[in-house]
Design a binder for this molecule. Structure first.
Ligand SMILES: [Zn+2]
Length: 337
């Protein structure tokens, strides 16, 4: 699942991390942790503060020409490296060449960070700062760099031109080249507690009844919970999943992508394993769960789901895949193993 990039209220836990990081020196940060904790928001806050004409310990002033330029996504000293599809979604401009290729239908917007964009970023970092306050390169999600792209960045990270700072943000640091990780100062994203997360979700317009359930469903990652809420998921639709799976009612997943279905089933399997050993389920309410089959059956199902998860992004017939996933779920849940 791609990450929700909230542009509304900056979460308080991100504000606190901004102050902590700004108090330290470092020309290249790597913000890491599972998705949904605010990596992109924090990265953008660092960039704002670095380029701001009148920054404070709390970050950018939000009023100067630099802050305004970032707000309207047109800052000459900021280079953003994101997959093109995500840039379009977030309203960031592509390079002229990339935009015309996509407009002319020569190719689709890329879901990876392209090596051409990285080469432009390397040139960018060698140019003089337009506003005289240095330059910044923001890479997100950093795991969407392939090896060629990452190696192109590596050289610049090793010998950074004087006035450029980097911030890489990732939800999957283990997928990055070790040499990239070792060139950056690492920062582990802080997990907000449930009260702070639900208060923030409420401020973003999520109904309180949905906020608690969706936050648990998202494994306590608030931005993921927000994205689900915005996609129309409710407490009710999530709670209905276990029963629907038992009954083979496929329509509960009508507007879900295959990866999301696998994720929901993995969470169901995980929770049943917890229940089986006497622990409290994490993602679903205990009352919504069916009777757990044996641990042997659950272990087998978990393996099966993990194998599917590794290939689920490949173009399958989504309808057949869904039928097969739910069929296998029913087998596991009815198992007499
Ligand atoms: Zn400013």
């Amino acid at each position: 699942m791609s990450e929700a990039l909230s542009t509304g209220v900056l979460p308080p836990w991100v504000q606190r991390q901004r102050s902590t990081l700004l108090a330290q020196r470092g020309h290249a940060w790597l913000l890491q942790g599972p998705s949904g904790l605010g990596q992109y928001g924090l990265a953008l806050e660092l960039v704002r503060a670095w380029l701001c004409d009148a920054p404070t310990e709390q970050g950018a002033c939000c009023q100067c020409g630099s802050c305004h330029a970032i707000e309207v996504h047109a800052h000459a000293d900021l280079c953003l490296l994101m997959p093109e599809a995500m840039m379009i979604e977030q309203g960031w401009p592509l390079s002229e060449k990339a935009q015309s290729d996509i407009d002319d239908k020569k190719r689709k917007a890329s879901k990876e960070i392209r090596v051409e964009a990285m080469r432009e970023a390397v040139e960018f970092s060698q140019r003089t700062s337009a506003r005289g306050r240095g330059k910044a390169v923001l890479v997100y999600p950093a795991e969407r760099m392939n090896h060629i792209t990452a190696n192109a960045l590596l050289k610049t990270l090793e010998e950074p031109p004087g006035d450029v700072k980097f911030v890489l943000a990732t939800g999957a640091a283990h997928q990055l080249l070790p040499t990239i990780r070792s060139r950056c100062m690492g920062h582990n994203m802080v997990w907000p507690d449930a009260a702070e997360s639900t208060a923030w979700l409420a401020a973003e317009g999520v109904a309180p009844a949905d906020a608690h359930v969706l936050l648990a469903a998202a494994g306590s990652r608030p931005e993921d919970a927000l994205q689900w809420a915005r996609a129309g998921r409710t407490a009710q639709s999530w709670s209905a999943v276990p029963r629907a799976v038992v009954q083979g009612a496929l329509n509960v997943f009508a507007d879900w992508g295959p990866a999301q279905v696998v994720d929901a089933l993995q969470k169901l399997c995980h929770d049943l394993q917890l229940v089986r050993v006497g622990a409290t389920p994490r993602f679903y309410a205990a009352a919504d769960l069916p009777t757990a089959p044996s641990l042997a059956a659950l272990t087998q199902w978990a393996k099966d789901l993990n194998a599917t998860a590794r290939v689920v992004e490949h173009p399958f017939n989504a309808g057949l895949l869904l039928e097969s996933l739910v069929g296998r779920a029913q087998n596991a849940l009815n198992s007499r193993l």
